[in-house]
Design a protein around this ligand. Structure first.
Ligand SMILES: Nc1ncnc2c1ncn2[C@@H]1O[C@H](COP(=O)(O)OP(=O)(O)OP(=O)(O)O)[C@@H](O)[C@H]1O
Ligand SMILES: [Mg+2]
Length: 417
């Protein structure tokens, strides 16, 4: 194995925990080293509701990756998701000096700190601060004010906050599993880091991650996130509808959905209402599957559309819509999204520059890759409250110490006993 820097990330998904070990190449790209995955346990709506089974599940997923990578993992970065996340806009303003002078990095840090001081619920913490635009002496629309001459600096920023208790509980579950949490990043921002290109964010792009029990979205305009949210429906609800409609067990419905699921009726032969609601068994045709799956996915997309609120209209999104997440894998999902949102839609599951991507098993790895890219500093990272010092270096330095390139024999799992 080459001795590039190793990064470890875990995606706590509502259906699956995915641990990923990657190696950072000299050009900043990542190569897959190893992975481990486990059906999620003790985890609901972004929180560990059963510490024991949740931490055991973390241990199992990480140990598979550890063994395959032949490294000793002691900590990793992780995603933060769930309905506790809130998206808010904040403004900050600082006086740079009595007279005009070039704006320095310290001024930018100070104005962002002002924006962060916005009153947030006492039980929440700021998880991400993303500047939308700066204003210097009442001249707005400035992307980077460094070096610009002025007296007064203002910023408009998009903040994501999350429950302090949930974040602490995630770290507790990681600790109970015998590891250290090396900082968390908002789930949908991690996926966006992996899947969206800067030009798309400049032109405007909507990312929708249809997961297991939830669907997250993030909207970017002029290179910045301008909104995000989630609705509590996902791929599991499509499976449940299929199980109910075909009167079969969930596992069988899941298999049928993955093998031949289609979510747009116009792609398959229409099935007549008499057959649909009659007593005869029509067999599991494409038309029947689409008749069951399309309304549910259409409902999920419509809920996302109304959750977008002020972030609409979408007609100006030059980068279109990018669909990801296991719940968007059925044939026709992109065409259906196009009908609902009225913008060109693509499905995307992995970043093109990921080396060794073919080694990953089927599944949604974009979030874990995005978390790794975030740590690697491939693009400006969402800043979390936990971080001290320069954004990526602090986390990286810590991670470097956390990962030993030799295995120290078998140890841990407090939670296993
Ligand atoms: N090939 C496939 N075809 C259709 N559906 C699929 C396929 N693969 C996975 N799914 C569905 O994707 C859903 C899980 O998606 P994903 O793995 O993105 O969720 P997650 O990351 O665990 O959850 P979340 O992102 O909501 O926290 C499940 O409902 C599953 O049925
Ligand atoms: Mg997910």
């Amino acid at each position: 194995m080459s001795q590039g820097r190793l990064l470890v990330a875990i995606d706590f998904g509502t259906t699956t925990f995915r641990a990923l070990v990657t190696e950072e190449r000299s050009d900043g790209s990542l190569a897959v080293v190893a992975w481990g995955q486990e059906p999620a346990a003790g985890f609901q709506d972004g929180d560990f509701i059963d510490l024991r089974s949740g931490s055991q599940c973390i241990g199992r997923a990480v140990r598979v990756a550890e063994t395959a990578a032949d490294v000793d993992i002691t900590g990793f970065t992780y995603n933060i998701s769930g309905s506790h996340l809130r998206s808010v806009f904040a403004r900050g303003q600082v006086q740079v000096g009595p007279g005009p002078r070039p704006i320095k990095a310290a001024d930018i840090a100070a104005v962002l700190a002002k924006a962060r001081s916005l009153a947030i619920p006492f039980d929440h913490q700021i998880l991400a601060v993303n500047p939308i635009e700066y204003t210097v002496d009442r001249v707005g629309g400035i992307v980077d004010p460094s070096g610009r001459i002025g007296c007064q600096l203002e910023v408009e920023a998009h903040l994501i906050t999350g429950s302090r208790s949930v974040v602490r509980n995630i770290e507790n579950a990681i600790g109970t599993a015998g590891y250290s949490g090396a900082g968390g990043a908002v789930d949908v921002l991690a996926s966006a880091t992996a899947l969206l290109q800067p030009p798309e964010k400049n032109e405007g792009v909507l990312l929708i991650d249809v997961g297991g029990a939830a669907t997250g979205w993030a909207l970017f305009r002029n290179g910045h996130i301008v909104g995000n949210g989630m609705v509590p429906w996902g791929g599991q609800h499509l499976t449940a509808d299929l199980a109910h409609g075909l009167r079969i067990p969930m596992e069988q419905a899941e298999q049928i959905k993955r093998r031949k699921g289609v979510t747009l009726r116009s792609l398959v032969e229409e099935i007549s209402p008499e057959i649909l609601f009659g007593d005869d068994n029509p067999g599991v045709t494409g038309g029947l599957l689409a008749a069951i799956l399309e309304p549910r996915l259409e409902e999920i997309f419509s809920l996302v559309k109304s959750d977008l609120g002020d972030a609409r209209p979408l007609a100006s999104l030059g980068g279109g819509l990018v669909l990801t997440g296991g719940g968007s894998r059925c044939r026709g999902s992109d065409a259906l999204a196009e009908e609902v949102f009225g913008v060109p839609t693509q499905r995307r599951y992995l970043p093109p520059g990921l080396h060794g991507a073919a080694r990953l098993p089927d599944g949604q790895w974009a979030t874990a890759v995005g978390l790794s890219l975030w740590v690697a500093g491939a693009e400006p990272a969402p800043q979390t409250e936990r971080r001290a010092g320069p954004p990526t270096r602090g986390v990286l330095g810590w991670l470097r110490r956390l990962i030993a390139h030799r295995r120290h024999g078998d140890r841990r799992m407090a939670a296993e006993g």
